[in-house]
Write a protein that binds this ligand. Sequence first.
Ligand SMILES: Cc1ncc(COP(=O)(O)O)c(C=O)c1O
Length: 395
Amino acid sequence: MDITFAKRAAGGSESTLHRVFVAAAAGKGVISFAGGFPNKRFFPAREIGEAAARVLAESAHEALQYSTAGGYLPLREYISRRYHEKQGLSVDPDEILITNGSQQAIDLIARVMLDEGDFAAIESPGYLGAIDALSFYRPRFLTVPMTEAGPDPDALKEALTGRDVKIFYGVPNFQNPTGISYSANRRREVAEIIQSGNTLFIEDNPYGELRFIGEPLPSIKGVLGPQGVLLGSFSKIVAPGLRIGWICADRPIMKRLVAAKHAADLHTDIFIQHVLFRYVTACDIDEHIKEIREVYGNHRNAMIRMIEEYFPPEVGFTRPEGGLFLWMTLPEGVSSMDLFECALEAGVVVVPGAAFYPGGNGGGNAVRLNFSGVDEDEIDVGMRVLAGAVRKMTG
Ligand SMILES: Cc1ncc(COP(=O)(O)O)c(C=O)c1O
């Protein structure tokens, strides 16, 4: 039988990635710096169990029934309050849509914004899940190189000038994959550039609360108002398996997003929304976040110390102020795919840089390293393996 698939199903960079995730999930003996995994030791399993039991005992009739596409109102009100408390942002609960992780948020935005052939700008390197999600809508990608302080403003200006660019997708806090954060100044510049045209800025912020160095910086949507859409997620601060994220968008966009959400899956798992709401209101989530922030900060420091100690001095790396990742640039002539293969044989998984460029066009000498999912002793073993492989390849 000869099945003809839709053109949109043909794209993606799945082959390399598929191998990375299969390798990462392979289990015993594998040290994975590959996924964006929070550390499983800190999942609040007992508290979530208690919250689930209470939901079933007290509100099963509501939590097990069909619900509305926008999401559980008390949870949206909680998110709205938290924005106000933490960032001074004023977001009406009706301007929040609960999604199946922020990954679905990216897909829904693409559904309502992109026709085939439309221009979509993204950071380069950029979040590979966004590249994958957007690719299904067959846009023409415009890539904006990242500098140490965020996207290059001249390149952003150039990308957005003289053509109708529908969206610019970025991760201003502890970017995936580089760990870079936009400086305060760069945030202002990006906002100004966006405001000079009609592009919608998609501000993805799953890591914002995981800052271990410096002071929090303001959200760009706060400046952009209706020209910005802000995404959030409980994946990195509570647990990714719950699959709860959200979109903040002003009403005209929200109306379309809610329709797209309804068409996609009616609504996000309402039982889990109830459970999460119980959990965040019954427990001290700030204390939990403080604990993981401290652990991830220590992991980050350990990884940087090991790069400096074990690797040849030509290796470059970012010094993230928060989040889960750093970006390592290999010495001249060392290919990240070769390093991936070589490390995999020794039981260590990294993501080759090419995964973070549309069509794999770039990142040939860089790898993304996750420091949250593995413990310090494993980081030490894994980094020694990687350093040995790099030294072997540089002769
Ligand atoms: C920048 C970014 N956006 C979105 C996601 C997806 O997260 P979620 O689990 O909320 O779908 C990730 C996951 O790693 C991410 O790094």
